[in-house]
Design a protein around this ligand. Structure first.
Ligand code: SF4
Length: 322
């Protein structure tokens, strides 16, 4: 089956000034040669520390930026070659829910108009049809149609995030990018929103690309996970396999810092040494080598490992697994 969305050799490089007293430039590889696919009804999560390229990746997928190399393909079509009509269709079928429900809703816009926006921008419907779709979408997220006439300040953070989800779902999208969808919410509300997302997926078969630094949310929502470090994917596979037996040393360290080991798995805490290196001057060889607790010698400092498929189907970019 053709995947809903595919990143193929996707890269975004920027030229930045090398300093105040020089005209030289350096290349920042914000995202470098990403390859992944998202199937219908599937959730793929991108995880990694800040600065690893998750945000640039979502901006490329939403076509808020164009890649330097490679392509994003939607149902097989390169989105950079879409006609104006094709792009409108893409924007209605690929939606996003962002972190902060307070900032994503204009205080002077009624809920009806906020939820309807993807329909008004991308589809030609009568006002009556728009109202019907908005009511349906509000209903699906557990908010009655009477709320359509109200303003954002009349709702709590959790309700606003439900409204943001209604707006993302109103155009019946194929894919929703969930960018930290529960981080701005009280812990007590988070599980309600996560369960709502799961229910929406089961009912509508929508695919999700999840970006979350909360690994417990990731484990619960994602079918597969791609671990990113300095703009590249270093490990990608089924969520349970990656969380239970991480292969890449960076995945091991990331998980051990964030999650207690679950019964039946043994995971000693690994302290991630040092900071993420500057993407302006990434280390030679394996970019993780200055922080790696399992370095195997010279090769780690001189040769960049390639992603290699492992017997269980996951991909790992580390000389220990090549
Ligand atoms: Fe560590 Fe070497 Fe693997 Fe990089 S290639 S993660 S430095 S063992």
């Amino acid at each position: 089956d053709t995947p809903i969305l595919e990143a193929r050799d996707l890269s975004k490089h920027y030229a930045v000034s090398a300093g105040m007293f020089t005209t030289e430039t350096r290349t920042v590889r914000a995202v470098d040669n990403l390859n992944f696919q998202i199937a219908k009804g599937e959730t793929l999560a991108l995880v990694g520390e800040s600065g690893c390229g998750k945000t640039t990746t979502t901006r490329l997928l939403l076509r808020l930026q164009d890649p330097t190399n490679g392509a994003v393909r939607f149902n097989g079509d390169d989105i950079s070659t879409l006609s104006a009509g094709g792009l409108r269709h893409y924007r209605s079928k690929v939606q996003a829910v962002f972190q902060d429900p307070w900032s994503s809703i204009n205080p002077r816009v009624r809920i009806r108009d906020f939820v309807a926006e993807p329909l008004i921008v991308n589809e030609k419907l009568t006002a009556g049809e728009v109202d019907r779709r908005v009511h349906e979408a509000l209903d699906a997220v557990g908010m009655g149609p009477a709320h359509a006439r109200k303003y954002p300040h009349e709702f709590s953070g959790g309700q606003r995030q439900r409204i943001a989800i209604a707006s993302a779902m109103v155009s019946r999208p194929d894919l929703v990018v969930l960018d930290e969808p529960v981080s701005g919410l009280d812990v007590s509300i988070r599980s309600q929103i996560i369960n709502l997302l799961k229910d929406m997926q089961a009912e509508y078969g929508v695919s999700f690309l999840l970006v979350a630094h909360d690994l417990a949310t990731t484990r619960y929502l994602a079918d597969r996970v791609a671990v990113m470090y300095l703009g590249s994917i270093v490990e990608m596979g089924d969520t349970d396999a990656v969380f239970d037996t991480p292969n890449h040393p960076y995945t091991e360290a990331l998980l051990s810092a964030a999650l207690p080991s679950t019964p039946g798995t043994r995971r000693d805490e690994i302290i991630l040494g040092g900071e993420v290196p500057s993407p302006m001057s990434p280390p030679d060889g394996c970019t993780f080598h200055p922080r790696c607790h399992r370095k195997i010698g010279e090769i780690c400092q001189t040769e960049a490992p390639k992603l290699a498929v492992q017997p269980d189907g996951r991909c790992v970019g580390c000389h220990l697994y090549s």
